[in-house]
Ligand binder design. Structure first.
Ligand SMILES: [Zn+2]
Length: 323
């Protein structure tokens, strides 16, 4: 039988870890755990997550009405409950502001893929949801489409929301994402970011399937492997793009060997996808080769990225001439 006091102690313990890692300054962040069909333990509003005691925590029903606790429940509980109702397997929701992951949400820079095996296996394509005013149902509405497809999301100009069957698992995703974003930024500062090759990326995808982890890239055959294709459709609305990190462009081998197998359900739809498809056809047409090795990494940026580069150069030239 579930021991509610133990759940409360675990929430306090995770709160300390969030605070000590600098994922929640002052009173930021919130944590919840569903203890049964109609009750959820959650953190109160206006308290540092680093110094909570079990008696500080609240219990609410699935509509957000407070059942117990002397302190007022977090205003973000509506988001937690909306997630738990839509994904019954989710028992815990953790929201915090891990600095490196949040920085990607502020820069609207797509979280790179194909750089570290553990990250690709545990998280896959991590989306950035558009900004919304915290607290209300509108906040939850913005997050929901993404959290239905990914256990962790970055909220633009805000933080992360991660979910799991346990409090530790939900927290752990935030810790892993932040460590990864930090490593990516350090590597970029060193001047070179080397992505997996297509074979390495595909081997990892196969391993992921073998271990029972789902990855939409395995089913949506018209997607590129390392270019954040799964959530690319949302980029127009969120302003997310590849600016600081330029991934290689390649699809799965199957797509190139058998164009008929291309699944139109892949909504990658970006110019990059079209460009890649043209490259594949051109390569096959001009060289008559079916060898996927001949149709490899293209570092040609997508047309919208080209436009951005041209605009930046033009601006600088005009500024230099003016000065
Ligand atoms: Zn927040």
């Amino acid at each position: 039988m579930l021991n509610i006091h133990q759940v409360k102690e675990e929430i306090c313990d995770i709160g300390r870890r969030i605070y000590n890692r600098g994922f929640a300054a002052a009173n930021d962040g919130n944590i919840s755990y569903r203890i049964d069909e109609n009750r959820v333990v959650c953190t109160p509003t206006g308290i540092s997550k680093g110094f909570m005691k079990p008696e500080d925590l609240c219990i609410v029903d699935m509509e957000g009405n407070q059942i117990s606790g002397t302190k007022k429940r977090t205003s973000e509980i509506l988001l937690h409950l909306t997630i738990m109702k839509s994904r019954p397997e989710v028992k815990s929701v953790v929201h915090c502001h891990p600095p490196h992951a949040t920085a990607f949400g502020i820069a609207r820079e797509a979280i790179p893929q194909c750089l570290m095996p553990e990250v690709d296996i545990n998280m896959g394509d991590v989306p950035i949801a558009k900004y919304a005013l915290p607290g209300g149902q509108g906040f939850a509405d913005v997050v929901m489409p993404y959290i239905m497809k990914s256990d962790i999301i970055v909220q633009a100009n805000h933080g992360t929301v991660s979910v799991g069957p346990t409090i530790e698992r939900a927290y752990w995703l935030a810790e892993m994402l932040d460590a990864y974003c930090r490593i990516c930024l350090i590597a970029r500062d060193l001047g070179k970011v080397e992505y997996f090759t297509r074979d390495e990326a595909e081997d990892l995808l196969q391993l992921k399937q073998k271990w029972g982890f789902k990855d939409p890239r395995a089913e949506l055959e018209n997607c590129e492997l390392c270019a954040n294709d799964i959530f690319r459709e949302s980029w127009k609305e969120t302003g997310v793009g590849h600016r600081a990190f330029q991934p290689p462009a390649f699809k799965r081998k199957d797509d190139i060997l058998d164009q008929k197998s291309t699944n139109p359900n892949c909504k990658c739809g970006g110019s990059r996808c079209k460009m890649n498809s043209q490259n594949s056809q051109n390569s096959q047409g001009s060289q008559g080769s079916q060898n996927p090795a001949n149709i490899t990494d293209s570092n040609v940026p997508a047309s919208d990225e080209c436009e951005l580069i041209i605009k930046t150069i033009t601006d600088r030239v005009i500024k230099a001439l003016a000065g």
